[in-house]
Design a protein around this ligand. Structure first.
Ligand SMILES: Cc1cc2nc3c(=O)[nH]c(=O)nc-3n(C[C@H](O)[C@H](O)[C@H](O)COP(=O)(O)OP(=O)(O)OC[C@H]3O[C@@H](n4cnc5c(N)ncnc54)[C@H](O)[C@@H]3O)c2cc1C
Length: 267
């Protein structure tokens, strides 16, 4: 009996955005590696055996520009670099893991992280919803730019994130999270919000209350003086390895209340 040799895994290192998009194609059978903080342990342990891997490190997606009032951040910009971003993105970035993970992990990886084994990940997602950010991605059907909450509800895992952009207006930002004692720990629950200078446009979201971040529209409708408990209308809480649904149900209104207070004090 003859045994067919195993196909060599393909590793591509695109040198530009165009090359990265071409290498990704429609995404079939492709694994994208940003900083590798999530993927590398999976590869090293042999739990993931990709046929074709794209390394983004040299694709020129690590640029961050402020053009005519719009902030554009490449998918390969590190979480560590985002500690200088507008709030509440900066606060969330500062609280991701430790220096080592922040230096290596990327914005694109955080958006596509999805739930880990038994707990949610992706602390930058809620701040990006609060900032009314848009994701530019490539994949089946070509390139498209869409609100981050729509991207999170339909596409993570299917598309190549190229860039994130949002208007750099004078919005006030607030952020609060369940603090956990260990620097390496994931955040169990966090809330991010922004409000326009006129106070007419409040945007609130939370990470950690589901597989991806969720916009808290019921809180937004109540305004800064609304009932923080309304947040519970927008989430479906479950138990996981980090916290019980019972605990999150009690803490989510507390965090929302803190963030609304931050915005009131800053206004
Ligand atoms: C000890 C430790 C602690 C951590 N703590 C936190 C924490 O507190 N908060 C938090 O949010 N995260 C945490 N993380 C998870 C992770 O480090 C971050 O979410 C990081 O931003 C992931 O980015 P990455 O580039 O390393 O992702 P990678 O490991 O490269 O990829 C993660 C996923 O995203 C996909 N991907 C990567 N880039 C793209 C892209 N441009 N387009 C499409 N898909 C892409 C990959 O295919 C993979 O599915 C922690 C990780 C570790 C190891």
């Amino acid at each position: 009996m003859s045994v067919a040799p195993l196909a060599e895994p393909e590793v591509l290192v695109p040198a530009s955005e165009e090359e990265a998009i071409a290498a990704f194609g429609d995404g079939t059978g492709v694994t994208v590696l940003g900083g590798g903080t999530i993927l590398m342990p999976e590869l090293a342990a042999g739990r993931l055996k990709p046929e074709k891997t794209i390394l983004l490190a040299r694709a020129g997606l690590d640029e961050w520009r402020d053009e005519g009032g719009t902030t554009r951040i490449g998918a390969a910009v590190s979480v560590g670099a985002l500690v200088d971003a507008p709030e509440p993105l900066a606060s969330a970035a500062r609280h991701v893991a430790d220096y080592e993970v922040r230096s290596q992990g990327t914005l694109g990886g955080n958006l596509c992280a999805g739930p880990g084994r038994g707990f949610p990940r992706g602390d930058l997602q809620a701040p990006l919803i609060a900032l009314d950010a848009y994701v530019r991605s490539a994949g089946a059907g070509g390139e498209r730019t869409e609100p981050v909450e729509r991207f999170l509800s339909t596409s993570p895992g299917n598309r190549l994130v190229v860039q994130v952009e949002f208007e750099t207006r004078d919005r006030l930002g607030g952020w609060a999270a369940l603090e956990r004692p260990h620097a390496h720990s994931y955040t169990a629950l966090s809330v991010a919000a922004t409000i326009s200078p006129s106070g007419s446009d409040l945007r609130v979201a939370c990470s950690g209350a589901g597989p991806y971040a969720v916009r808290l529209r019921s809180v937004e409708q109540g305004g800064l003086d609304g009932d923080p408990g309304e947040a519970l209308r927008d989430v479906h809480l479950t138990d996981d390895a980090l916290a019980s649904a019972w605990y999150r149900e009690r803490m989510l209104p507390v965090l929302v209340g803190r963030v609304l207070s931050q915005l009131k004090e800053a206004g």
